[in-house]
Ligand binder design. Structure first.
Ligand SMILES: NC(=O)c1ccc[n+]([C@@H]2O[C@H](COP(=O)([O-])OP(=O)(O)OC[C@H]3O[C@@H](n4cnc5c(N)ncnc54)[C@H](OP(=O)(O)O)[C@@H]3O)[C@@H](O)[C@H]2O)c1
Length: 220
């Protein structure tokens, strides 16, 4: 059975990705800082203590997966903290870099021994990290951290090509979760279904692309 590892699996989009992959017959490893009743109810393997913002968190996950093949890694964990020009909180911005930009790179690097020829890595980014799409300004920490994630994903796609590993940068849409205070255009199950369709279509020829969950190719 194919194994999928999802960070931020305890709630929001990560939880729905875990649920949908389980329903598709994948062997799912839900990684999180702390589990939730909803994740426990899925009956998947849960690895707790995986703070993507710390090296220790990545080691916990790598140790739990030692010797196991990973066919799909979805880096979904992330945070959004609002930073406007008249209220720049550099500690908050640093925290968003640590979790949103360095976190997925840290986790992907820690699991490289598990990823094989034909494996896929998805990075859940945001259209808010697109320079060309930024017409409303603000959100300094979040935008900058997702933009940094996008360029990390572009490098990963180049560096992992020779190993046969494809990489996708995926925007989940505007999704009703805790992150958005319940605001949004779609619910997490719809977002997750689209993200998995994008991952299904991912291959070495289109590796490094940036897509909306609805299939639209996004500009950088
Ligand atoms: N919702 C949207 O409209 C939207 C739009 C664009 C992009 N995204 C991206 O989609 C992803 C999922 O967002 P969501 O809407 O599902 O948000 P959410 O409901 O707030 O869930 C965030 C998830 O990330 C985890 N997380 C936060 N900090 C972490 C850390 N240091 N280590 C490990 N896990 C951590 C949370 O776990 P805890 O319970 O431990 O905090 C939770 O599982 C994020 O990367 C987000 O930026 C969302």
């Amino acid at each position: 059975m194919n194994r999928a590892v999802i960070t931020g699996a305890n709630r929001g989009i990560g939880l729905e990705l875990s649920r949908a992959l389980k329903a598709q017959g994948w062997s799912v490893v839900g990684a999180c800082r702390k589990s939730s009743a909803e994740l426990d109810d899925l009956g998947v393997e849960v690895v707790t203590g995986v703070d993507v913002g710390s090296d220790e968190g990545a080691t916990v996950l790598a140790d739990a997966l030692k010797g196991k093949t990973v066919d799909l890694l979805i880096n979904c964990a992330g945070i959004l903290q609002s930073n406007s020009l008249d209220n720049l909180d550099f500690d908050s911005m640093r925290a968003q870099f640590e979790i949103n930009s360095l976190g997925p790179l840290r986790i992907t690097s820690a699991l490289l021994p598990n990823l094989h020829d034909g494996a896929k890595v998805a990075l859940i980014t945001s259209r808010m990290g697109s320079v060309s799409d930024n017409t409303s300004g603000g959100q300094y920490g979040y935008r900058m951290s997702k933009c940094a994630l996008n360029i990390a994903g572009a490098s990963l796609a180049v560096d992992l090509r020779s190993k046969g590993i494809a990489v996708a940068l995926l925007h989940p849409g505007f999704v009703r979760t805790e992150m958005t205070g319940g605001n949004g255009l779609i619910d997490a199950p719809e977002s997750a279904a689209g993200l998995l369709a994008r991952i299904d279509a991912l291959n070495l020829a289109n590796s490094g692309g940036f897509w909306h969950t609805n299939g639209e190719e996004l500009s950088w």
